[in-house]
Design a protein around this ligand. Sequence first.
Ligand code: LMR
Ligand code: SF4
Length: 509
Amino acid sequence: MQALKESILKLITETSTNLPPDVRKAIRKAREMENAGTRSAIALSTIAQNIVMAEENVSPICQDTGLPTFKIKVPVHINQLEITRVIREAIAEATKKGVLRPNSVDSLTGENSGNNLGEGTPVISFEQWEKDEIEVRLILKGGGCENKNIQYSLPCELEGLGRAGRDLDGIRKCILHSVYQAQGQGCSAGFIGVGIGGDRTTGFELAKKQLFRHVDDTNPDPKLAELEEYIMEKANTLSIGTMGFGGNVTLLGCKIGSMNRIPASFYVSVAYNCWAYRRQGITIDPKTGEILNWLYTSEEKVNVQMDEDNAAAKDRREIVLHTPVTEEQVRDLKVGDIVIINGPIHTGRDALHKYLIDHDAPVDLNGSIIYHCGPVMLKDEDGNWQVKAAGPTTSIREEPYQGDIIRKFGIRAVIGKGGMGQKTLQAMKEHGAVYLNAIGGAAQYYADCITSVDGVDFLEFGVPEAMWHMQVKGFAAIVTMDAHGNSLHEDVDKTSLEKLAKLKEPVFK
Ligand SMILES: O=C(O)C[C@H](O)C(=O)O
Ligand code: SF4
């Protein structure tokens, strides 16, 4: 199997950089459903642009290339140990090339292995089958949407929907609730895989297995097909929209599987996948290791871009900010404004926020903008850092720290995605700061706005967690929390909960 490593490397590269046609089709359809000029339409336009850039640059669609998970089917005589060894080599090589971000972190020490290899990473599972070829499927599911997975134990009480019993209607309620609770934090509009039954482990496995189905297939079980269709229709009435900006499209796909359970347990497990739904598969010749077929392809090229892409945003103020920013400038901003940033900004996420609580910052952060981002970085031949991908990460993880850090260091704006909570909103009001929502997953689009890397601190935290000092030009984001106590995230949460409550009455008897 000489060619196996090359084939796996191609699979990893294709999965990370080129969104499959069925996913593109779903995004295209979403674009057609949103009205031009709205926040969600603008976000989808950026997403579409990013998809095209990733394919052209052969670079990650999103900087979070997730936990690489391989599902492999082999004929009986195949050596699984050899395949595992080759996959691990290919993963390390893809990381070196910047196709994958180094994402494997020791849970006790926090140390990043630097090559995506470590205890439990990547995930590789085998199954035997009667066919002659090898099938390898890969999913790169990022952390933000993984954090939005949810498991319900029936019966239970659900916000907005009341009691969910041990029947099809209870299952219906859980699935609707799973979409509501994700809000924009998992980079909506998303796809869900649902597993009914099993135990806590096999339920989630079944849910994730659904994510390998084609977006446009029909469930062979007519009851589940009906439920999938119902969820697709109703989830889109919640008006959560792209990135939680409000809008007509909240869910892009719903796939449901069912398995037996034991009498005392009744789980509904939901795996939430962001729009950057990166999964691909190949069949391989077991003699040569060469690729025979790609599993998620189509004859026609699906164009995600539209004529409206250059249309101006309707009724929206566009404000250019040069860093450092003054209190007066941020107090003038309102929810809904588009901000274009020029000048130096600094990245910071989980490790940095924890550190800054009781340490000084390595640079002056007065008037600065902090970007919640863990980029993919590569050093070029001259030893200079190059940004390979740099979209925002989910900000809510910094909620316990952010307010204190804004006050302590005089930060004027935070860029991230998914919004933050009351504690941060309060600090922004008191101190004079804003939250700027960038488009999650648009890692190529934002990498393009970074004109140079001035330096890095805390590289010992690992590439994603380090504090990168960058110069940006034309970096666009939307004000979703302002210094007057307004939060678009709170508003969308509230209205979507009201809409969820409208779906309380039983549907499936
Ligand atoms: O880790 C990241 O860069 C992003 C993450 O996938 C997230 O959605 O928060
Ligand atoms: S940032 Fe968004 S698009 Fe990227 S992996 Fe996380 S949830 Fe997915």
